[in-house]
Ligand binder design. Structure first.
Ligand code: ASP
Length: 439
């Protein structure tokens, strides 16, 4: 029998009304057995997500030792949800206990995780389903990574014999027995983990958009919806800023070939976007699948004559960044030049100076230059490998929009072309590339 895991994002949990719509969606399909929820999100623009309210609670705890005033807002959100839903549960007792534990634990991750915890408690009552706490079934190892086998086994065991289960997204437990969260947006990862653990036939990710769009709708009006994407394309686009789905959520499902379907809670009849293994992928005839961009990268450009024949040159440069704990995004290179690209938040001011000094000392370059405020734009699509002239079209579009490419990197898989431009050209560049390939 088909078995679906459904994850509902913050906007689908925002108030009692939407939660009722969620219930209708779940009950309309008997294969929707396992549900993962986020913390309540924004109800209107300018509203504050519960997770953000909780981070403020933690700040208050650090400052004053309690979180009475910030937690009051969280309390009001959940009390009004329970009232709107007309649920017979003692939410005040659950909230009191939560507030007590926040003060006792004094942990940022624990505090942040309570939005999902409370959401799931309410959803379980609404659905008449079993609540399984993710801290009992999602485990992190010493390195802070998911302890996959242990987690999959624990989830499979927890759902045994249960008709319907609700899990809170976003967190698990570390090796010290403390609650630990994934990075922001991490409930998507929990959904994928549950899908893998129960060997679901599909992982439905319910959000507030009708699927993945070819680019950010804030940049281009009404961009084309992507009907199917491969896991790889999804990863590239999510990683580069398309924020429909957390990029790490593909790892658990990819190995088991479980498709992800992005659906819209507010328009459940819309087809959405399916993310599938490359083996099942049928190209829709377009060269480019999507375009995404991210700002604020730093590029260090290094030139040295005969660099290519100097054994260990690249390793020595990379060791400097390793010493400073800086993850590297790209390393475009020429015969006598190489660049290293990394997220600027990892090396600012004195740390950046230390990196430059380190490179100067260790490899004695002829020239070393730093570019900051660089945006990276990824043009992604399996269709690019089989069509001639894609890069030419891309660069022509950029030239016509008067945008200078600061760097270019084409992955060897021919799945993407990355260009680096000035931060302020980011939107213009995405729009120019979109119009070239989709107009
Ligand atoms: N509530 C968390 C966040 O705002 C996790 C999630 O929604 O996926 O990042």
């Amino acid at each position: 029998m088909a078995l679906k895991v459904c994850k509902f994002g913050g906007t689908s949990m925002a108030d009692g009304n939407v939660m009722n719509a969620v219930k209708k969606i779940i009950l309309s399909d008997p294969s929707r057995k396992y549900v993962v929820v986020s913390a309540p999100g924004k109800r209107f623009s300018g509203d504050i997500k519960v997770t953000d309210l909780l981070y403020s609670c933690f700040d208050e705890i650090k400052r004053t030792g309690n979180c009475q005033s910030s937690f009051a807002k969280v309390r009001t959100r959940f009390e009004s949800i329970v009232k709107e839903l007309n649920l017979s549960m003692d939410m005040t007792a659950v909230l009191d206990e939560t507030e007590r534990r926040l003060v006792e634990e004094k942990s940022e991750d624990f505090t942040a995780s309570r939005g999902e915890y409370l959401s799931a408690r309410v959803m379980a009552v609404l659905l008449g389903a079993t609540f399984v706490d993710s801290e009992d079934v999602v485990f992190f190892n010493e390195q802070g990574r998911l302890s996959s086998d242990k987690t999959y086994k624990a989830i499979a065991k927890a759902v045994e014999g249960q008709e319907m289960v609700v899990f809170p997204g976003f967190y698990g437990k570390d090796t010290r027995g403390k609650v630990k969260t994934f990075s922001r947006g991490g409930s998507d990862i929990t959904g994928a983990i549950v899908a893998r653990a129960v060997n679901a036939s599909v992982y439905e990710n319910w959000t507030d958009v009708s699927g993945f769009l070819a680019c950010d709708p804030r940049i281009v009006d009404n961009p084309k919806r992507i009907r199917t994407l491969s896991y790889k394309e999804l990863f590239e686009l999510s990683y580069m800023g398309a924020n429909v789905l957390h990029s790490d959520s593909i790892y658990p499902v990819r190995k088991a070939n479980i498709p992800i379907v992005i659906k819209n809670t507010f328009r459940p009849e819309d087809e959405g976007t399916s993310i599938i293994p490359i083996s099942q992928y049928k190209p829709e005839g377009n060269v480019v699948t999507g375009i995404a961009g991210k700002k604020n990268f730093t590029v260090i450009l290094i030139e040295k004559t005969h660099m290519n024949s100097e054994i260990g040159f690249v390793r020595k440069v990379l060791s400097v960044l390793e010493r400073e704990n800086i993850p590297i995004e790209h390393i475009p290179s020429g015969i006598d030049t190489m660049s290293v690209v990394f997220d600027s938040s990892y090396a600012k001011d004195y740390k950046l100076e230390r990196v430059i000094e380190g490179i100067k000392n260790d490899v004695e370059p002829d020239v070393i230059r730093v570019m900051e405020n660089v945006a990276l734009i990824a043009t992604v699509g399996h269709g690019m490998s089989s069509s001639i002239g894609t890069s030419a079209r891309l660069f022509k579009a950029m030239a016509q929009a008067n945008i200078n490419a600061k760097l270019i990197d084409q992955g060897s898989s021919e799945l993407n072309i990355i260009v680096g431009v000035k931060n302020e050209d980011c939107e213009k560049c995405i729009s120019a590339i979109y119009h070239e390939f989709f107009a």
